[in-house]
Design a binder for this molecule. Sequence first.
Ligand code: URA
Ligand code: SF4
Length: 212
Amino acid sequence: MTPEEILAAVAEEVKNCTKCPLHLARRKAVPGEGPANAKIMFIGEAPGFHENVQGRPFVGAAGEFLDELLAKAGLKRSEIFITNVVKCRPPGNRDPEPQELAACEPYLDRQIRAIRPKIIVTLGRFSLAKFVPNPKISQMHGKPIRLRGQLIVPMYHPAAALHQPSLRKIVEADFARLPEIIAQAETIEETELAPEPQEGSSKPKPKQLSLF
Ligand code: URA
Ligand code: SF4
């Protein structure tokens, strides 16, 4: 299957998925969207109110703020792939439960394997926790981590930063440095891009880069 076909297949499965209780209250599942050849992937937490209605990621207030942040980084929505660790809205926007994250993870893994992005920007701690156990976002934000030839760039979640002026300044500064990080990622050899490990295999230890 081509990467496009894999993404389409994942989206179709997600729309009909009943693997965790979040399917019970959802209106529309939100598989994610963007080109299969995107160099950068953004991974958020879970659909909120508007995403659940429209079936698209980051279309509410947090999405508007994300668009502003992307503009600061010189990026267009149309060139990035954007999704969430959990594809259905948790009722009342509560945090996703560990078993919901686990049930949904294979979809995200298949998306990452199909796209093979050079850079993965994690939005918020649930997304970062997929790559780094028990992450401290206050210490890790804005600093790329090299993992299997990919750069993981931890960012604060735009929804958290939106109404907190101190966080907002930080996340704006972090996004402003993305072009520099993207240029750095361009130097990662294509051959270094190893596929994601299969489920159940041990994850390699991530290294936080000191360069930045
Ligand atoms: N917040 C997220 O984490 N994801 C969305 O898609 C929307 C808001
Ligand atoms: Fe399936 Fe993920 Fe939705 Fe749960 S959140 S029902 S695992 S698509």
